[in-house]
Each structure stands twice: as structure tokens, then as C-alpha cells.
Write a protein that binds this ligand. Structure first.
Ligand SMILES: Cc1cc2nc3c(=O)[nH]c(=O)nc-3n(C[C@H](O)[C@H](O)[C@H](O)COP(=O)(O)OP(=O)(O)OC[C@H]3O[C@@H](n4cnc5c(N)ncnc54)[C@H](O)[C@@H]3O)c2cc1C
Length: 408
């Protein structure tokens, strides 16, 4: 069996490794000229890290990332709402990692190359079209110089992100991603460590939100951490045209991010304005997703990760769910000779599970707990328990936690 994978992001590369571990041939085709460390911070949840651990990647992750110890929800004015231990500190078998997205991709890519050889990931190969003949899949990839390369496989997996070519071939009328009016300014800078150096803070509700966590330490910079920040601001609504095509690498001037944070976001643990000012590269990205699909699988072709279920980046589920997709699909393909049935079964389990997360994220995911408290006490409080009971607070974050491991 040979599996063609379009897209060398976290989802596509993880699938390749998992297939290799099951003795199935796979080849990744990536449109970029090379795998570069793009993006900023990302969190990967314990249930997904457990899968990477099974692939033997934990030591490599530990070298470049931080095991997240605690997640603290606060109001936009820095009042404490609820704190949760994470990963091993929550009694789970695997850690949660706060990591640079590009480094996560590199860790997986290096393992693919080491175990499967250089040729396993072909860069400068953009999938432009494909045909399921019933017996096989023929896919055409284009290089930047315009040359075309045809490849034949038994299965094609579209792991080609939010602008998936595979998805667009089956759903040509899907239109652009759906935007909720929120823009996210993102960046990372070396900065004096806050709290225990392994905690994550989410402060502020849907309209003005700050997300803050360290993503790397460096022995040459004691007391500091590469500190990832995101400032979210609601600048439009569902009727406002999306300001720019969603591009994770779109840069923004520092003044824009400062303006969005000033007067709306303040926490005692960190001088946010100074951190933003110290950040060399700032990116802006619209918070967008797509409606869940009626089908991912068509015969020998299926979708995975953001191509299948782009979701708002709340609740740390983008990369995590892509990894769970890969595990499910690899297991099913390894089970038997009926590839078409394997792909259909994968669709029937993973599609509803991830559609529920897309829907929950539209309501704010676990971060809905902040809106809940801010709505009840817009002027603030001395003790959060005067505003909401511990049970109410834990129910909001707990319900979401249960959702994200469903469909495994
Ligand atoms: C450059 C970049 C930066 C990102 N930065 C962040 C971030 O800072 N924070 C965050 O939360 N999330 C970020 N994301 C999104 C995050 O990586 C995903 O939500 C998650 O990891 C799921 O990954 P995926 O593999 O499904 O999709 P993606 O990570 O989007 O990977 C898809 C891959 O497919 C490739 N591709 C696209 N079209 C084709 C084609 N036609 N043929 C071949 N290859 C194709 C893309 O170049 C990309 O490498 C970023 C994504 C990208 C592409």
C-alpha cells in the first residue's frame, strides 16, 4: 500500500511517521521550498503528546519545548477566575507542551527523515489536481518553476491546511473561511520569566483577550523564557468582510497590537505593553474556521487536520486534533486490506468528534468561563466565588476537556 500525503504540516508529517511505524509506505508532498520554522507558539494537549511519545519523540520535544504546568484564567483586568493543573500535574500520563509551532514541525520532520529517508518529504510540490480512478489515485504536483510531477498511490490524504486543495475539489462552492470578527496579533520575545516559568495565562473574554505562555528556555539566558503572546480583539462581526486572506505569516506593525491591548488588558504578572514593544516580529491572523463537512472521505481520498476541520485556535486543539486524526487513520489503514472501508470508518468517527470541537470553540471553548464571569461582574470583584460557584466554573472548563478526547 502507498499513501500520498499532501501537506507537510504537523498533521501530514505525523501521519507519515505513524504509517511508517505500521509498515505502510507513505510519501509527503509539501508546497513550500523547504520545511521552515514558521508560526509562533502553540500548545499541544496531553492526549496528543501521548501519541508523539509512542513515536519516541518525547526527548526531542523536551529539548525544545516547555511542559505546561498550569493554566490560569483571568478577567481582562487581571482578576483570578480559576486555575487548572495541566498534563502530568493534573495526574495524566503525558505532559502538555507549550512549543513553537515550527519547532514542533521540525521535531516530527526530523524523525520522518531519519526513519524514512530524505525522499519521504518532497518539498516544492504543490498538489494541483487528482483523480480517483477506483483502482488508485493519481495526483499532480506543481513545482515553482512550473514543472508538473504525477504520482500514483492507493490513498490520498489531504493534510493541506485551511486552504486545502483536496477539500476544494470536493466542495468547490464552500467559499472563504468564516470569520467571527476577531483579529489575533501574535508574537514571541525573550523576557524575564513569569510565575513558575511553565504557566499559561488566558485573560479577558471574547472581545479583548490576552494569551500568554513561555515556549522555550535557554541555559544561556537564565531567568528568561521565550514568551509567546496573543492579543485578540473583536474588530468586526460576521457580516464584516474578512480583512485579508488568512495567512499565518502576515506581519503587523507594533502600534496595532499596542492599540488593541492598551486599556483593555492588564495583568499583575507581566508588563504586556513592554513585552509587545520588545517583540521583533508581530503577526496578525483572523480568527476563522469553516463549517463542518458532510463527508471527508470520497473513495480513496480523505482529509486530515486543518484541511478537514479548521477551528478557532482556542482550547489548544488545532495541532492536537490533527495528531489524533493521524492516529485513527493509521490504525485503520493498518487493520486490513479494505482501504476504502478504512477511510470511511475514519470519517465516521473523527468527523463528528472534531465537529463538536469546532462548535464548542465558536462559543469560546473553555475560555467561555471568562465571558461568563465578566458578564456577571463587569465591574470586577474581590472574590470570584461571590460571582460564581467553584462547580459552575469547573463545569465550563471540564465539559470542554471531555469533548476533546471524544472519538479517539
Ligand atoms: C505557516 C503556518 C504557521 C502557523 N502558525 C500557527 C501559530 O502560530 N499558532 C497556531 O495556533 N497555529 C498555527 N498554524 C496552524 C497550525 O499549525 C495548525 O492548526 C495545526 O498544526 C494543524 O496542522 P495541519 O498539518 O493540519 O495544517 P497546517 O499546519 O496548516 O499545514 C498544512 C501544510 O500543507 C501545506 N500545503 C498547503 N496546500 C498545499 C498543497 N496544495 N500541496 C502541498 N502542500 C500544501 C502547507 O504549506 C502546510 O505546510 C500555522 C500554520 C501554518 C501553515
Amino acid at each position: 500500500m502507498k499513501v500520498l500525503i499532501a501537506g507537510g504540516g504537523v498533521g501530514g508529517l505525523t501521519l507519515a511517521l505513524m504509517l511508517e511505524a505500521r509498515g505502510i509506505r507513505a510519501q509527503v508532498f509539501e508546497q513550500s521550498g523547504r520545511i521552515r520554522e514558521l508560526g509562533v507558539g502553540i500548545n499541544t494537549l496531553p492526549h496528543a503528546i501521548a501519541e508523539l511519545e509512542e513515536l519516541g519523540l518525547l526527548p526531542a520535544l523536551d529539548r525544545v519545548a516547555i511542559r505546561t504546568r498550569r493554566l490560569i484564567y483571568k478577567t481582562g483586568q487581571g482578576l483570578d477566575i480559576v486555575a487548572q493543573p495541566r498534563g502530568l500535574w493534573a495526574g495524566l500520563d503525558a505532559p502538555q507542551f507549550s512549543i513553537h509551532r515550527g519547532r514542533l514541525q521540525t521535531v516530527i520532520h526530523d524523525a520522518v527523515v531519519e526513519r524514512m529517508g530524505e525522499g519521504a518529504v518532497q518539498c516544492d510540490r504543490r498538489l494541483v489536481s487528482f483523480e480517483d480512478t477506483g483502482e488508485a489515485v493519481r495526483a499532480v504536483f506543481e513545482a515553482r518553476d512550473g514543472t508538473r510531477h504525477e504520482e500514483t498511490g492507493d490513498v490520498l490524504v489531504g493534510a493541506d491546511g485551511i486552504h486545502s486543495t483536496v477539500r476544494a475539489q470536493y466542495y468547490p462552492d464552500q467559499g472563504p473561511p468564516a470569520w467571527n470578527g476577531v483579529l489575533m496579533w501574535r508574537g514571541a520575545a525573550w523576557w524575564p520569566q513569569f510565575l513558575d516559568g511553565a504557566s499559561m495565562i488566558v485573560a479577558g473574554g471574547f472581545k479583548h483577550k490576552l494569551v500568554l505562555y513561555p515556549i522555550a528556555h535557554d541555559p544561556d539566558r537564565p531567568g528568561e523564557a521565550l514568551t509567546n503572546w496573543v492579543v485578540c480583539s473583536k474588530v468586526g462581526d460576521a457580516t464584516t468582510p474578512i480583512p485579508a486572506r488568512e495567512d499565518w505569516s502576515r506581519k503587523a506593525p507594533v502600534e496595532e497590537a499596542l492599540k488593541m491591548a492598551e486599556g483593555h488588558l492588564w495583568i499583575p504578572e507581566m508588563d504586556i505593553m513592554a513585552l509587545i514593544r520588545a517583540t521583533e516580529e508581530i503577526f496578525v491572523y483572523p480568527m476563522c474556521d469553516r463549517d463542518p463537512l458532510p463527508r471527508w472521505t470520497h473513495g480513496r481520498v480523505t482529509l486530515l487536520g486543518d484541511a478537514a476541520h479548521p477551528m478557532y485556535p482556542v482550547g489548544s486543539n488545532g495541532a492536537s486534533q490533527a495528531i489524533l486524526d493521524a492516529r485513527d487513520l493509521a490504525d485503520r489503514l493498518a487493520e486490513g486490506s479494505d482501504m476504502v472501508a478504512a477511510l470511511a470508518d475514519y470519517d465516521s468517527v473523527r468527523r463528528p468528534a472534531t465537529a463538536a470541537i469546532v462548535a464548542a470553540n465558536r462559543k469560546g471553548g473553555p475560555e467561555g468561563v471568562i465571558d461568563f464571569v465578566e458578564d456577571r461582574a463587569p465591574e470586577g470583584y474581590t472574590d470570584v466565588h461571590d460571582v460564581a460557584s467553584e462547580e459552575e466554573l469547573r463545569a465550563i472548563v471540564g465539559d470542554y476537556e471531555r469533548l476533546q478526547v471524544a472519538g479517539r
